[in-house]
Ligand binder design. Structure first.
Ligand code: ADP
Length: 505
């Protein structure tokens, strides 16, 4: 068998099931990993050839428990430190009298691989620059635009009689266009601020019924104007208290309601319903009897600036920003948004936000800000992953993927944090490193337990652990680092750059 495997063009390793010991590595694998000879790979401590050593632990568990891996995505680390993204496939065999598994390394197609962290960070930076640009541009645009609108209104008021009916129409058109442009500019400004994390949330215990009643009152004139029925089946029902940012919640509900009216038909209706669920969430739906969304268009509906090719009169009202912003907001508020729709029949858009009584959901707000941008960004990503783990509707496979991302991100986050601590002269670095090691270990053990059992109880334990860890770690320990980091921004930037360029992330 060895000869057949040796000549195989794919990277192949054979591992003993019981011990995880490497029994064989073919030339293709030796070459791909940049090792000098097979012996370099056949040592017990192969952890250095894995970007995430947890992957190796995961494979060893799979071998011990007889679980076949199919297209398991990992990144191996070449001897020169670069990454090699592969899909692993295992096959159980008898190899020289031992229970063993062949591990096939299938090179991952370039398009399918997750972008490396450096690439992601570069994209984040570009995105940040874009948000800053949009934000300052919108300010610049607003001032002259307000002047245009102001003077046009003056023209309308002062000279109305002096203008011909046609000229009056022109003035009306300038005002309508200008107001639409102003709304667009304001929406873009808001979007840029949210994307750049410049709008901190104000979290409070909010009465969902009261907010919904306000939204209904605000939107009713629009419904009346269009001859539509607006049905409120929620606000007068027993109060439901949610933990959220009231203004942002209102913004999302208004967006859903105004869409339900805009994309409706004469004589149609929009109905709002709400209830709490026993898993700690408030569930709100807005159902319309409107034009609906074709199956082919459904995947893109939450893309920014995405507007369907509806009739021009309807389309000119929108900007394609509302749903994108709503999704950003709801997810940052530890919730979810979605919809069901049938073309020609209507749509139901729904949101889910945590109840006050939900002590598992974690929302990133000012109280969690450490004051070092890169760590704050990391914490937001980790919290958003935790909130995904927490969601009951997430299937087992999605859960595997979320957990893999969580493990990889935790690993990278700790590397960054340690680099920052080192460059800032943080006095307790070794102890902090120890805490990181311990946490990484516990995360990967719980993740393994989940992967092996897929039991709801393990999922619950993992959620509780992650939540406690994140709050305690961020609030208890990380907050200290900011004191040492102050004034050392350049050194921190250099340290993080060097982590990226040496491939340590
Ligand atoms: P806008 O309403 O400003 O165009 P949104 O982001 O709120 O932007 O919506 C994006 C697009 O999704 C809309 O242009 C419309 O094509 C579609 N859409 C949103 N809500 C509905 C709905 N209730 N029924 C049908 N289509 C909708």
């Amino acid at each position: 068998m060895q000869e057949i495997l040796e000549t195989n063009p794919m990277g192949v390793a054979v591992l003993e099931c019981l011990t995880g010991r490497w029994l064989f590595a073919n030339s293709a694998l030796v070459d791909a990993l940049g090792a000098a000879r097979p012996e370099d790979l056949l040592v017990r401590d192969t952890s250095k050839t894995w970007v995430n050593p947890e992957d190796l632990a995961r494979i060893e568990v799979a071998l011990k428990t007889g679980q076949v891996l199919a297209n398991y995505e990992v990144e191996r680390q070449r001897f020169d430190g670069t990454r090699w993204p592969v899909l692993l496939n295992t096959q159980f065999v008898q190899f020289e009298g031992t229970e063993a598994a062949i591990v096939w390394h299938l090179e991952r197609p370039a398009g399918k691989s997750e972008p490396s962290l450096a690439v992601r960070q570069e994209a984040d930076r570009a995105n940040q620059a874009k948000s800053e640009f949009l934000s300052s541009m919108s300010h610049e645009l607003r001032t002259p635009l307000n002047a245009i609108l102001g003077f046009t209104q003056l023209l309308q008021i002062e000279l109305k009689d002096a203008l011909s009916p046609k000229q009056n129409d022109h003035v009306e058109n300038i005002l309508a266009g200008g107001n639409h442009l102003l709304k667009l500019v304001n929406d873009i400004l808001d979007l840029a601020r949210i994307e750049a994390d410049q709008t901190p949330f104000t979290l409070a215990d909010v009465n969902a019924n009261t907010v919904v009643a306000d939204c209904m009152a605000l939107i009713r004139p629009l419904a009346l104007e269009r001859g539509m029925e607006l049905v409120d089946e929620f606000s007068r029902r027993p109060a439901i208290m949610i933990r959220t940012d009231a203004l942002r919640f209102k913004q999302v509900v208004l967006n859903l309601l105004s869409n339900a009216i805009k994309f409706n038909c004469e004589g149609g209706s929009a109905t709002l319903r709400g209830h709490d669920s026993d898993n700690g969430f408030f569930f709100l739906t807005v159902t319309d009897t409107g034009i609906g969304i074709a199956d082919d268009d459904q995947a893109d509906i939450f893309q920014v600036f995405h507007r369907l090719d509806t009739n021009a009169a309807v389309a000119k009202e929108g900007s394609g920003i509302g749903l994108y912003v709503s999704k950003l907001l709801v997810e940052r508020l530890a919730g979810r948004i979605g919809f069901e729709s049938e073309e020609g029949i209507g749509s139901t858009f729904w949101i889910e936000l945590p109840l006050v009584s939900n002590d598992e959901a974690l929302i990133w707000d000012e109280s969690l800000r450490v004051g070092i941008d890169v760590l704050d960004k990391d914490h937001q990503v980790l919290i958003s992953l935790l909130n995904q783990v927490r969601q009951h509707s997430v299937g087992d496979e999605d859960m595997d993927e979320i957990i893999s991302k969580l493990i990889a991100y935790t690993h990278d986050h700790f590397r960054r944090e340690e680099a920052i601590m080192a460059v800032c002269g943080y006095p307790d670095l070794e102890r902090h490193r120890g805490i990181h090691r311990d946490l990484t270990d516990r995360v990967s053990k719980l993740a393994d337990a989940w992967r092996n059992t897929r039991a709801p109880e393990t999922r619950r334990r993992l959620r509780i652990f992650l939540r406690q860890w994140l709050t305690n770690h961020i609030m208890g320990t990380d907050a200290d680092i900011a004191v040492y980091a102050s004034g050392k921004e350049d050194a921190i930037r250099d340290a993080l750059r060097s982590l990226e360029t040496t491939g340590d992330l």
